[in-house]
Ligand binder design. Structure first.
Ligand SMILES: Cc1cc2nc3c(=O)[nH]c(=O)nc-3n(C[C@H](O)[C@H](O)[C@H](O)COP(=O)(O)OP(=O)(O)OC[C@H]3O[C@@H](n4cnc5c(N)ncnc54)[C@H](O)[C@@H]3O)c2cc1C
Length: 254
């Protein structure tokens, strides 16, 4: 296999990079270690008749459940990928605290304080404004965007092709893949978790890249909640510092 540009990692960052490059006419290969593209985007659409997000189904997000409505880039990407009509607005807001036994509603701003998100008291209106527009998502979850991009990148997407090594080559870079094969490229984009990029770039002779390994990843727990506030018995959140409870919502007709 050879390509002008290899994008390693088919999460949202890698998908967006591969999409932009292929639209610009580059010879791209998009590799991911997993069979499933999307990385941290994990949308489940359980229960509905007629398939994903069916009439009585729910959308449960195990990863990101939206983005700032004031953030134009992801919406532009969605329109380019042909799913602009699936963008939906936030319909409800509010956060609750899991006490270990029940969910207790939190006042506005309390969740951010508990999570250690610091909003400076002296921010001007121009910086506060993005939050005031709320969040947006897609009609049947964030996976809508992943699916649209993967459909368009199908000819160049190579699942289950983890990059295990990176080394300079005569005309760019040589990547070793799990299974023993190699690929050469003039340029490489590493759209990987920081720890994975640390290993590859350090191995390519850049010792300072080991500091990428200092990035801390906290675990989180996704726990569908029914409208009465009950948390399903199979979903007791793990007692880890980064745990959170995500709320299931019904799919929205755009
Ligand atoms: C629970 C949770 C909730 C979140 N909520 C929000 C939110 O509401 N709004 C928001 O904007 N953001 C949110 N985020 C953050 C957002 O999900 C991430 O910032 C974003 O999805 C990261 O995308 P990425 O492409 O950079 O990385 P990832 O999604 O991590 O993708 C990296 C990809 O690289 C692949 N990979 C790893 N190693 C290799 C290798 N050696 N070779 C090839 N491929 C490899 C992985 O399989 C993966 O597919 C949330 C994250 C989590 C976990």
């Amino acid at each position: 296999m050879s390509a002008t540009v290899v994008v390693a990692g088919a999460g949202l960052a890698g998908l967006a990079a591969a999409w932009e490059l292929s639209r610009a006419g580059a010879n791209v290969a998009l590799l991911d270690a997993e069979r499933r593209p999307g990385g941290m985007v994990v949308t489940e659409r359980p229960g509905g008749p007629g398939g994903p997000g069916g009439k009585d189904g729910f959308v449960v997000e195990g990863g990101p459940d939206g983005f700032l409505a004031a953030e134009p880039d992801i919406q532009e990407l969605a329109r380019d990928a042909g799913i602009g009509g699936r963008l939906v607005d936030q319909l409800a807001s509010g956060s609750s605290l899991w006490t270990g036994q029940r969910l207790e509603p939190l006042a506005e701003g309390q969740a951010a304080a508990l999570l250690g998100i610091q909003i400076p008291s002296d921010v001007g209106a121009q910086h506060a404004a993005p939050l005031q527009f709320g969040f947006r998502s897609f009609a049947t979850g964030m996976l809508d965007l992943v699916e649209a991009l993967v459909a368009r990148l199908a000819p160049v997407f190579r699942p289950a092709q983890g990059v295990t090594g990176l080394a300079p080559a005569t005309r760019g870079w040589r990547l070793s893949l799990n299974g023993g094969s190699t690929v050469e490229a003039e340029a490489v984009i590493l759209a990987l978790p920081a720890w994975a990029a640390a290993r590859l770039v350090t191995g390519a002779g850049v010792p300072a890249a080991r500091h990428l390994d200092d990035v801390i990843y906290y675990p989180s727990t996704t726990c569908p909640r029914q409208s009465g506030g009950k948390v399903g018995p199979r979903c007791a959140p793990a007692r880890t510092p980064g745990s959170s409870i995500r709320v299931a919502r019904r799919p929205v007709t755009p």
